[in-house]
Write a protein that binds this ligand. Structure first.
Ligand SMILES: Cc1ncc(C[n+]2csc(CCOP(=O)(O)OP(=O)(O)O)c2C)c(N)n1
Ligand SMILES: [Mg+2]
Length: 327
């Protein structure tokens, strides 16, 4: 795919930047809450923000359908999940909107934004998303489905079955792989025998492209193009966005045991890269940056204070929000 230019307006750029800063701020907060024993587990999105957020905003929110995986906090923030709801999820507090705090954090559904509930089992969202795309095609809804997954998930049988089926039937779906080079401790060269994941697309008969996931404009334009193909009935696209996982796999992992942490010191932060772009194009000033970060930090602080004061779900609601047998 050939990306000639950015079609984002100044306002859209600033909106994306705000989402990226918000994602990082709340991600840091939940990581801190985990260290304080208040959040059971965190799979951090730090390093993935540009890939997640620029791809989400390239779609039609409210119309298109989102299938995510556990690391996709940036997608949830872009779909409008509030700091309070995110913190309720991570700390399992009462009133959490996606599942009543019954699910693993970030795993629930937001029905009006067409964010579909997910399983933690790697790759399972892929054939489910293909099913949703088949449904959209049969019903003629004009929806595009996007499914997010990691490089590790790309080796799962579910991924092969989903891509093969979607391509045969020219389904309106975008396969969005966040390739951070690791599946927990397993590096990419132990997962695939090729240089990249997108080259597999040819074998399925669909276009595939490997892009720099740190480049907001590139992620946005590539996803836009893929969504146009999908909506025009031209079928699926595989996008492989190269990104970096800055923190361990989850808060239960110690990546210094299998990764030379020096490799991370030369990786530029996607948020810094975007800030430079915004400053050099006069979309942002240092003054605006200060105001924006102060505002976001204050919002994160007050949401934390509020959520910490909330109770855990009441014992009497034990069997609410879950499927149960009536026998
Ligand atoms: C079917 C299955 N196998 C193994 C696991 C354990 N597991 C959880 S995350 C993960 C790695 C996935 O890596 P990747 O898809 O690259 O995503 P990343 O965490 O790097 O973003 C594994 C093996 C699982 N949840 N489900
Ligand atoms: Mg990975």
């Amino acid at each position: 795919m050939n990306i000639q230019e950015s079609h984002l307006t100044k306002n859209q750029h600033l909106q994306i930047y705000k989402l990226m800063l918000s994602c990082r701020a709340i991600d840091k907060r939940v990581w801190m809450l985990n260290r304080q024993g208040k959040a059971a587990i965190v799979a951090s999105a730090q390093g993935h923000e540009s890939a997640q957020i620029a791809s989400t905003v390239a779609l039609e929110i409210g119309k298109d359908v989102f299938f995510t995986y556990y690391r996709d906090l940036g997608v949830l923030i872009s779909l409008g999940l509030s700091f309070t709801a995110i913190l309720q999820g991570f700390t399992a507090k009462s009133g959490e909107p996606m599942s009543g705090a019954r699910q693993f954090p970030t795993h629930g559904a937001i029905p009006d934004k067409k964010l579909i509930n997910l399983s933690n089992v790697v790759g399972t969202q892929i054939p489910q998303a293909v099913g949703a795309a088949l449904s959209a095609k049969i019903k003629g809804t004009d929806e595009v489905v996007i499914v997010y997954f990691g490089d590790g998930a790309s080796s799962a049988g579910d991924c092969h079955e989903g891509m093969n089926f979607a391509s045969i039937h020219k389904l309106p779906i975008i396969f969005f792989c966040e390739n951070n080079g690791y599946a927990i401790s397993v590096p990419l060269n132990q997962q695939i025998a090729t240089d990249n994941i997108a080259s597999r697309a040819e074998g399925y008969g669909m276009p595939g492209t490997t892009i720099d996931g740190n480049d907001v404009n590139l992620v946005y334009e590539t996803t836009k193009l893929a969504s146009r193909r999908a909506r025009n009935g031209e079928g699926p696209t595989l996008i492989e966005a190269k990104t970096n996982r800055f923190l361990p796999h989850t808060s239960d992992d110690d990546h210094s045991r299998y990764r030379n942490l020096d490799e991370l010191s030369n990786k530029e932060d996607p948020i810094d890269i975007y800030k430079k772009f915004l400053l050099s194009n006069n979309f942002l000033t240092n003054d605006m940056f200060e105001k924006l970060t102060n505002q976001i930090n204050q919002e994160v602080d007050s949401a934390t204070e509020h959520v910490e004061s909330l109770p855990y779900p009441d014992r009497d609601t034990f069997d609410s929000h879950i499927y149960k047998s009536t026998e």
